[in-house]
Design a protein around this ligand. Structure first.
Ligand SMILES: [Zn+2]
Length: 74
């Protein structure tokens, strides 16, 4: 029915679950749009909140500034 990752696995996004939250970040660590993440509105909202809290706790980066993954030469 839905392509939503969190609905399919019957879990909610958590700030602790950085492995899965990273699936919804771009190479430059921006949060992906709902169109691209394929999440439902509820889980897109909760994912964005979880990513922002994880960033505050330094579990996820705010930006990929000067890292190899972003394709920037340092
Ligand atoms: Zn969902």
């Amino acid at each position: 029915m839905t392509d939503c990752f969190y609905c399919a696995h019957k879990v909610d996004p958590s700030f602790e679950d950085t492995v899965n939250l990273q699936k919804f970040l771009t190479a430059r660590k921006k949060i992906t749009t709902a169109e691209r993440s394929q999440l439902c509105a509820k889980h897109q909202r909760k994912t964005a909140k979880a990513v922002k809290y994880a960033r505050f706790l330094a579990l996820l980066p705010y930006t990929a500034y000067q890292t190899d993954k972003a394709g920037i030469e340092s």
